[in-house]
Ligand binder design. Structure first.
Ligand code: HEC
Length: 119
């Protein structure tokens, strides 16, 4: 009796399924591809960071963080976000060497938190 109603409902359900499959899947893939990270908010070990700075960074950024071949870092905490500082130390660029793989991850995080406190 109401066969046409059932047929219509099934047809609509089928179209909906096809629509969801074609338009929703690529969107999910896009979300996964997006890069995102945060720096853990651990208090910086200032002594370790300073010692590290002196042997690895001072030559280009100055003994008073005033800058030399590289820019001044004396108030870098108000210039760049933690994520930006971390990325710069990790990847380098624009005349700065990359430190990724050269020093331990915790060392870079400690250095980042220490630099971020310079405001
Ligand atoms: C060979 C020289 C050199 C060394 C060594 C070096 N840097 Fe740099 N650094 C630079 C230069 C040049 C720039 C500017 C890059 C640019 O403009 O993109 C820079 C930029 C930066 C910036 C971004 C500054 C800003 O205002 O945008 C940070 C933060 C930084 N360096 C931290 C460090 C730390 C921490 C170390 C040690 C682990 C280090 N650098 C070692 C040359 C150096």
């Amino acid at each position: 009796m109401h066969k046409w109603i059932m047929a219509t409902l099934l047809g609509v359900a089928g179209l909906l399924a096809v629509y969801l499959l074609t338009f929703n899947l690529p969107e999910k893939e896009h979300q996964v591809a997006e890069e995102e990270f945060t720096i853990p908010d651990t208090p910086a070990d200032a002594a370790a960071a300073e010692a590290f700075y002196k042997s690895n960074c001072m030559g280009c950024h100055g003994d008073q963080y005033q800058g030399a071949m590289g820019p001044a870092l004396a108030n870098i905490g108000s210039v760049l976000s933690k994520e930006e500082i971390y990325k710069k130390v990790l990847k380098g660029g624009g005349g700065m060497p990359a430190f990724e793989g050269k020093i331990a991850e915790e060392e870079i995080i400690n250095l980042t938190n220490w630099l971020a406190e310079m405001k």
